[in-house]
Design a protein around this ligand. Structure first.
Ligand code: GPK
Length: 830
């Protein structure tokens, strides 16, 4: 049951509060051995990075035995395996994670201290593995950790991008993108497996072959092949009890060089094929919720889907000697539609390569695959032009046509003949040139389709999959997202973790619901004092980072109001900026009032091609410049935009936050997961009834969250009345003043017209309803300020947030997937 899975039986490693001297000595010797024999340095010549490598290798050595045990046990005990296919894994750093899960943090700290090096410093030398854009990729990383913790026999499959998400630099407040180079100094966590290599075909033609018995078989003859090479990273679960594999594919040309061309003097031409092949795993697409619309993106998707499926089938054959039982032993989860081509590819492998009859192959495919949807945004629903698919993947396109024909036949047979419905459920969209709807392909090829919060799953049934959902009423289910508490509480906030364990008991380390036990202390003066002291310490640390990176001095005692996430119009950073300006106006108008001093902290990247989002970043920085340099606000208000938001920066910001901004236009944020991380660390949420905010409200209690604005239903109604906001603006003097100031160049004296277009859009075409929600948001922020002034009330609410967030552990989410979608259980002890 999910409850049992939430509280897995654990090895008795315990936490290493007071490491034993012999284990410190052992580890110290292990580090020195690795420094000598793997890094090739002695103590005298070792650089900090050399020490970092030696420490990682010594740590990795402690994982590898468990890894082999877990891998072997999966063959012996034969639990149903899970394959999590994701084009993104936003991992961040691994050293702290690995040490923490092994219970070796303090032992390692002591061992490195004896060697004269500082573990905390070494930790920061690790580059973030940023193989993802935002929430979707970070969810995949949290899920990998939870699957290992729950001893689920799982592999993650993705692409080993040479370059992860771009590095963001703010130049005069404008975002600039620079290539990221996480592999520049190598990657000590991974194991290259050059022998695990699959050929991936592209292009060419399909041949029909008639066998002696009269049956026709089809054989794809690709025009081009690329090789997929495996790189494995072990993923260790909590307390080191189980270790899974993240297998990332790197593209390699079959022929590294055309020697004749090279010898003829054409050195560039000689490696052209190699460049074309290797481009596939060169770089992560920096698009978030908008399709890149690029041929290379489709090549990436097929490349990793095909390699992963070939690998999964090989493993299954090795274990069971036949493929027919695949659905019994294997569950494949598609993380969004990026791997949706898997439906056609698995059919091709089963039918063309393994000779399974179509009907049986279809049952196997549907029984094996399931699909997670992460967005309702129409521009983010992937679709590929039929001619492109036909050219790049001719056999897969044939298979898609056949799946669609059979699907539409069965729809008609069940009595649905309405042309609108048939067009709506067809996998081929005929509206703007023929395109394949990848969401439909994923839906039809899956036994279960899930949304990522209760509201999102409900809306999924009403909108994107309204018609398909009616035809297959049991297919759509909800799996509300979660986060791993190991990274987002234990590692990011050790001070709070210690306090929670001292108060609620060590049980919190293994049972997130045990956090409820701190609720009775929400008004206990001693506990509140310690809770507040931890928060203050975290704020002092963040204030240092802000001073360092933004050159803004912030007082750690002011309210830290944070909005940290990708910059997107629907997430409404603009609403936050408008409120900031309104507050600035109000403070200047009535400086004698009892204002709550606060700093507005922003961080987040915009997609490189998303010009409007980049202009919003510039506006935030322009507003910061004016406000931070205005002596009349006397430190009552400051604004800081922290550049280059990533997982590591999130780990510093979240434990230091007082207020969490979750203010998307209702109905547009599928779930959110930053909202969970912030609330878990005691930030109060100001938010709309969107995504998982709805469920956070239920768990932390209505009085401990600030909800404002239109509901998803009201948003739909309001849009129905048109999105011209002139009347709305006319009714709000504060909003009018703000828009006038921004539009007329008060914040951009160097270019007074910079924001005229932006204000024009808000006025006449406010799709995200920033104006409509403005007054409610402003008023809600004043309630936040009032609560802040009542210190006891604030801390009580903050503590009750932490106490109420246990349900949002990704262990709970994964236990639900395991029970209801994958039908798998914890692997027996290795
Ligand atoms: C959704 F569609 C997408 C996408 O392309 N990238 C991405 O990060 C996010 N998401 C949603 O926007 C979040 O609401 C959600 O919590 C997250 O996926 C994980 O489900």
């Amino acid at each position: 049951t999910s409850e049992a899975a939430c509280a897995p039986s654990l090895a008795d490693t315990g936490r290493d509060i007071a490491p034993a001297a012999d284990s410190v000595a052992n580890l110290r010797e292990a580090i020195l051995r690795r420094l000598t024999y793997s890094v090739g340095k002695n103590q005298a010549s070792a650089s900090e990075y050399d020490w970092y490598l030696a420490v990682v290798y010594a740590t990795r050595d402690r994982i590898v035995e468990g890894w082999m045990a877990s891998t072997n046990a999966a063959y012996v005990h034969g639990p149903k395996r899970v394959y999590y296919l994701s084009l993104e894994f936003l991992i961040g750093r691994l050293l702290g994670d690995a040490l923490n899960n092994l219970g070796l943090t303090e032992t390692m700290r002591a061992a490195t201290r004896e060697l004269g090096v500082d573990l905390e410093r070494l930790r920061t030398l690790e580059p973030d593995a940023a193989l993802g854009n935002g929430g979707l990729g970070r969810l995949a990383a949290c899920f990998m950790e939870s699957m290992a913790t729950l001893s689920i026999a799982a592999h993650g499959y993705g692409i080993r991008y040479d370059h992860g998400l771009f590095r963001q630099v703010l130049k005069d407040g404008w975002q600039q993108e620079y290539p990221e180079d996480w592999l520049a100094l190598g990657n000590p966590w991974e194991f290259k497996r050059p022998e695990v290599c699959y050929r991936i075909g592209f292009g060419g033609a399909v041949e029909a072959l008639t066998s002696p018995d009269g049956a026709t078989r089809y054989a794809w003859k690709p025009a081009e092949y690329v090789e997929a090479i495996a790189y494995d990273t072990p993923v260790v679960g909590w307390r080191g009890a189980h270790v899974n594999t993240l297998r990332l594919w790197s593209a390699r040309a079959c022929d590294p060089l055309q020697l004749d061309v090279f010898n003829a003097g054409d050195y560039v031409g000689a490696v052209a094929d190699k460049m074309r092949a290797e481009a596939i795993s060169k770089v992560l697409y920096p698009s978030d919720e908008t399709p890149a619309g690029q041929e290379l993106r489709l090549r990436q998707e097929y490349f990793f889907a095909s390699a992963s499926l070939q690998d999964a089938l090989r493993r299954h054959l090795k274990q069971y000697q036949e493929v027919r039982s695949l659905a019994e032993h294997v569950a494949i989860q598609l993380n969004d539609t990026h791997p949706a081509i898997s439906v056609a590819e698995l059919m091709r492998l089963l039918v063309d390569v393994h000779g399974i009859a179509w009907e049986e192959a279809w049952k196997i495919t549907q029984g094996t695959i399931s699909y997670t949807n992460h967005t309702l945004l129409p521009e983010a629903l992937e679709s590929w032009p039929v001619p492109l698919l036909e050219r790049m993947l001719p056999r897969q396109m044939q298979i898609i046509y056949l799946i669609n024909a059979l699907h539409l036949d069965s729809v008609r047979k069940s009595g649905h003949t309405d042309a609108r419905l048939i067009a709506a459920v067809s996998m081929i969209d005929e509206h703007a040139g023929r395109r394949v709807r990848m969401g439909h392909l994923a839906f039809i090829g899956s036994h279960k389709v899930n949304g990522v919060s209760a509201l999102h799953s409900k809306l999924l049934k009403q909108t994107v999959f309204r018609d398909l959902g009616t035809l297959y009423p049991d297919r759509i289910v909800n799996k509300t997202n979660g986060i791993t508490f190991r990274r987002w509480l234990f590692e990011a906030n050790p001070g709070l973790t210690r306090l929670l364990a001292d108060t609620a008991g060590e049980g919190i380390y293994d049972d997130p619901m045990a956090l409820r036990k701190i609720a009775p202390y929400a008004s206990d003066a001693a506990f509140v004092g310690e809770f507040a002291a931890v928060k203050r310490q975290n704020k002092v640390a963040l204030a240092k980072i802000i001073l360092d990176r933004c050159h803004v001095k912030v007082d750690p005692d002011v309210l830290f109001d944070v909005q940290i996430k990708r910059v997107h119009e629907y997430k409404r950073q603009l609403l936050n900026i408008l409120e900031t300006v309104a507050l600035y106006d109000a403070i200047r108008a009535q400086p004698y009032l009892d204002w709550v001093p606060r700093v507005k902290i922003f961080a987040g990247k915009a997609a490189a091609s998303y010009h409007h989002a980049k202009l919003i970043i510039k506006l935030a920085n322009d507003v910061a410049n004016v406000i931070n340099n205005d002596p009349t606000v006397r430190g009552m208000l400051k604004v800081a935009y922290l550049p280059n938001y990533n997982v590591s920066l999130a780990e510093s910001i979240i434990p230091a936050s007082d207020l969490s901004e979750q203010i998307s236009t209702a109905g547009m944020e599928a779930s959110g997961t930053g909202n969970m991380k912030l609330a878990l660390n005691g930030a109060l949420t100001i938010g709309t009834l969107d995504g998982a905010n709805v469920e956070i409200k239920q768990h932390v209690g209505d009085e401990n969250i600030f909800i404002f604005g239109m509901t998803a239903e009201q948003v739909a109604q309001r849009r129905g009345r048109g999105i011209d906001m002139r009347e709305t603006i006319a009714r709000s003097p504060a909003l009018r003043e703000v828009l006038d100031a921004i539009g007329s160049g008060v914040f951009s004296p160097d270019d007074p017209g910079r924001y005229a277009g932006l204000v024009d859009i808000l006025t006449h075409h406010d799709h995200f309803l920033v104006c409509e929600d403005f007054d409610a948001y402003y008023a809600c922020q004043r309630e936040v300020a009032a609560k802040w002034l009542d210190r006891a009330a604030w801390w009580k609410a903050s503590i009750l947030n932490t106490a109420g967030m246990g349900w949002f552990s990704s262990d709970r989410t994964i236990a639900e997937y395991a029970d209801e979608i994958w039908k798998t259980q914890a692997q027996k002890k290795e």
